[in-house]
Design a protein around this ligand. Structure first.
Ligand code: BJW
Length: 227
């Protein structure tokens, strides 16, 4: 059985990372949705770098939760037949034990130099405009995908969805494309579809729904899969 799992901010919520669209998801009075654009970065790079610096620093204080760990356990059993694609830029899937994680919106602990196009593992601040270790230019930005930019690994993700028997969306509002369309690709391919979420979302109309916190629904679903 081939399984594709798509995760969103809800899978990390119980680790203490705020989601984007929750009522208290504002940051310093800025809607994160307006910060996550190349235009916002061009207009006020310090503000955007601070937004990501703070989130990068918080990563060191949080831990993977039972949902991340359960998905790693599923990978142990399914190997390459589990394709885990996340919209999250945190590294909690990896720290929960997953080895094959596709970060379609990039990674918080990576910096991308827009001069030489190199990517570097990065745990420090970027707001002080450090020099790129490769070319020396002070042109590094968070290696994340903003609105209007092309998500990573799209060919591979689409192939995995076309090949899968089961598609599961976990903790995502399903409001951002192309991820919002994945459930439709999966249905078009005849896959079973399942949504695990705290609250009903647009995807709920197109999937079997299990409502509840990810730390409960995901381990329970994984347990069923392994039985
Ligand atoms: C729990 C829980 C618990 C809580 N347990 N659950 C009009 C139509 C169609 C498309 C477009 C359009 N206009 C513009 C577009 C394109 C645009 C887009 O989608 N815009 C929309 C606003 C309409 N998309 C793009 O520009 C993308 N690029 C693109 O399309 O390129 C073209 C292309 C595609 C493919 C191939 C070739 C070319 C890029 C999108 C980039 C999004 N980037 C961000 C920021 C990343 C960096 C960062 O993290 O700061 O990604 S925006 C933000 O939203 C972030 C997230 O990954 C993403 C999705 O959010 P997510 O994860 O769903 O979080 P929330 O907060 O929305 O939902 C949380 C959920 O958890 C809720 O459901 C809760 O109920 C649940 N929950 N606690 C279980 N304990």
């Amino acid at each position: 059985m081939k399984v594709v799992v798509l995760t969103g901010a809800g899978v990390s919520a119980e680790s203490g990372l705020p989601t984007f669209r929750d009522p208290d998801g504002l940051w310093e009075g800025h809607d994160p949705m307006t910060v996550a654009t190349p235009e916002a970065f061009a207009a006020d790079p310090d503000l955007v770098q601070r937004f990501y610096d703070e989130r990068r620093a918080v990563l060191a204080q949080v831990r993977p939760n039972a949902a991340h760990v359960a998905l790693a356990r599923l990978e142990e059993h399914l190997g390459d037949d589990l394709y885990l694609v996340t919209q999250n830029i945190d590294d909690l899937h990896e720290r929960g034990g997953s080895k094959r994680v596709h970060h379609m919106h990039g990674r918080l602990r990576a910096a991308w130099c827009t001069t030489c196009d190199r990517r570097h593992e990065w745990t420090d601040s970027l707001v002080g405009r450090p020099a790129c270790p490769t070319c020396g230019q002070a042109t590094m930005r968070p290696d994340v995908v903003w609105f209007g930019e092309v998500p990573h690994d799209m060919d591979s993700v689409q192939q995995a969805i076309f090949d899968c028997d089961v598609f599961v969306a976990i903790g995502t509002s399903g409001t951002v494309y192309p991820a919002a369309a994945f459930v439709h690709y999966a249905i078009g391919n005849g896959a079973d579809t399942l949504e695990l979420n705290l609250a009903p979302e647009p995807v709920s109309d197109f999937a079997q729904v299990r409502q509840g916190p990810a730390t409960e629904t995901v381990p329970a679903w994984v347990e069923e899969m392994l039985r």
